[in-house]
Design a protein. Sequence first.
Length: 262
Amino acid sequence: MVATSKMKRAQDRVVAARPYAKALTDVLSSLYSAELAERFPLLRQPAVTKTAAVLLLTSNRGLAGGFNANLIREARHLVAELEGQGVTVELHVVGRKGIGYFRYVGRAMASQRTDISEAPTSRDATSLVESMMARFVEGGLDAVYVVHSLYKSALSAPPVSTKVLPVAAPAKSAAQKDYLLFPSAADILTELLPAYVRNAVYRALVETAAAEQAARRNAMKSATDNAGDMLNYLRRTYNRARQANITQEIAEIVGGSAALSG
């Protein structure tokens, strides 16, 4: 019941974040041009990726089925794939479950965070990605990935890897709007691009939080159903044994009475 209540609030945050993200994407796709892309470091597409950061989002608590294990597995596959391509990978982990796993296997982590709550905010997203953006602009990083849950429904929230840096040019929609720009497109992109990256991380946080509560609700429901099935099985077993015992006692009484009367 607690997880169900928290899941509803987490779902509301996911739904509330989507219109703003869509508006950001629409505006960015309208402003984007190859000419402008050369002027903004966040749009820089490195010819060769030498160093990448992987930000893994997990939970601080368990009792959520395979939620954390699936996210960790996705991060391991991404890290292995990047390192197989000769990329130097630095791992940033959010959540005690992810930190505990990588400590256990002896994997070095560039940063560890356990202070992100079940109700993440835009400030949390900013604190996670701001330094990575600065390093990307300076050339210290060539790519930034976020491993998180993609919340589709209470029953479907698969782990995914999202590349947030460099910013990829959004596809232009068929119903593209024509904007009157003030100030210039370049001035708008200066403010818009960092906001776009921060929002991508914020969405990853809220979708992972919603997926966590859904996974915990499903795990607790399965545990409750299994406990109920076990109780029913034990009750039937007890009643059968009790019935067999009573039948045996009656048979013994009848047999003894017949022997005495005979």
